[in-house]
Ligand binder design. Sequence first.
Ligand code: AKB
Length: 324
Amino acid sequence: MSKKNMKRILITGATGQIGSELTIELRKRYGGDNVVAAGHKRKPGGKLLESGSFEFIDTSDRESIKKIVEKYEIDTIYHLAAVLSATGEENPQLAWHVNMDGLYNMLEVAREQGVTKVFWPSSIAVFGPEAPRVNTPQNTVLIPRTMYGVTKVAGELLCNYYFAKFGLDVRSVRYPGIISSETPPGGGTTDYAVEIFYEAINKKRYTCFVREDTVLPMMYMPDCLKAAIDLMEADPSKIKCRTSYNLGAISFSAGELVAEIRKYIPDFKVEYKPDFRQKIADSWPMSIDDSAARKDWGWKPAYDLASMTKDMIEKLTRRLASEF
Ligand code: AKB
């Protein structure tokens, strides 16, 4: 590959749920030396540290981003560092600071340094109770009730602005809840759908913080990684939406997930004790119309509830057993 066509990738939030697996996947494709993982506080261990470079970046400090972009001649950024919905409701000021200042700084550095492409994840949290909750359309009213959602709507508009004004090739998807077996999520409303697997395997017992009939859109990690990579690899002429694409995969209630897990762990016991996160869940879509992503760049998820649950139970059982 000529140097001109070589990808030099920076991933912020690389120690988080999506970042930790996306880093490894991108290193497999583009080589460990070409994918720089960046985190804020926590130094990673294991594969993430061994397979390529790691740097600390404070996304609220533009100079610290610029230094790393210059040092590694970065041309592609996956900016994943963010505060999620539940933590954001506990500390809205922090959510605004990390999510908005971080994105603005990232876009500014990308513009100034001639970075060619930026990926930034938005979320189903952009929608509020005024939007249709079933098969939520790509273009509909966006009046979120959470600070996280507010930052995602504002972030989408900022990305769209940087594309229109400066020609920066920013691409984005509205992720649903992400389910994965490697790094647990932190501070989200959809986190119950990951915690439940850990507790089912470890304790056969779980207290769920949303009601049994709460339906939310979710996605298994392999599909989440595929979406980011497919979107970033798509020909620019195919990207018609520069705010953010709706992305659907699986929709199920907490009760339906429990029933699926019980196929593998029949004596799994669940209690439902909804807390403040119920209100957030009730303001979000139950399912998503992602026909624009399917049509424009060929999005198609591979996992349904049954295949995701089977794979999660197998992988997590193996991983948790190896930790003892
Ligand atoms: C959260 O629950 O806050 C996130 C999201 C849906 O964006 N997982």
